[in-house]
Design a protein around this ligand. Sequence first.
Ligand SMILES: CC(C)(COP(=O)(O)OP(=O)(O)OC[C@H]1O[C@@H](n2cnc3c(N)ncnc32)[C@H](O)[C@@H]1OP(=O)(O)O)[C@@H](O)C(=O)NCCC(=O)NCCS
Length: 160
Amino acid sequence: MSAVREDSQPLLRPMLDEDVDAVMAIEEKIYPHGWTAGIFHDCLRVRYSCWILEQGEEVIGYGIMSVAVGEAHILNVAVSPECQGEGRGRALLMHMLSTGRRHGAETAFLEVRPSNRVAIRLYETAGFHQVGLRRDYYPATRRGREDAVIMARDLGDIEP
Ligand SMILES: CC(C)(COP(=O)(O)OP(=O)(O)OC[C@H]1O[C@@H](n2cnc3c(N)ncnc32)[C@H](O)[C@@H]1OP(=O)(O)O)[C@@H](O)C(=O)NCCC(=O)NCCS
């Protein structure tokens, strides 16, 4: 894997174990029931496609994806709160889709909370559509559980 950079754009590069502290600082800010550091280290250990979005020396976002048997599963996409709404989440997502395609995926899947309107809007405008619902999948913010919307996208039109 090689890092990609365009002038005046944030850098997208593969995640390293050393990045996990900075990743956790964002994860803890944005998710009430986020991943642990151990989950990120496990994703790196099993060689999932793990990406860092960096501006200057600062980690401002990350994405995790598994690719196997023609399917890309987007497991985590996040941009730090102070950098959201500026097109970075979309850039990270599209980068992961083309990486998935390059590794032989024909379809991409992800799960999202129905209450996460910003993420759903991003995924819909990036070509994803709902293909299912997992009942009571996530812990809810206050109490009980929240469903997961399962979304998918054909990768045929994505440049590898
Ligand atoms: C979801 C997330 C990754 C999007 O990243 P981002 O950098 O904020 O998003 P972008 O600026 O690239 O915007 C992408 C699209 O999201 C939608 N969007 C972004 N901000 C929005 C807002 N405040 N209100 C409504 N829609 C919004 C829009 O459709 C936007 O596309 P457009 O600008 O062409 O209209 C980011 O908000 C985030 O990290 N959220 C917390 C973690 C999370 O929920 N991750 C997804 C879990 S499934």
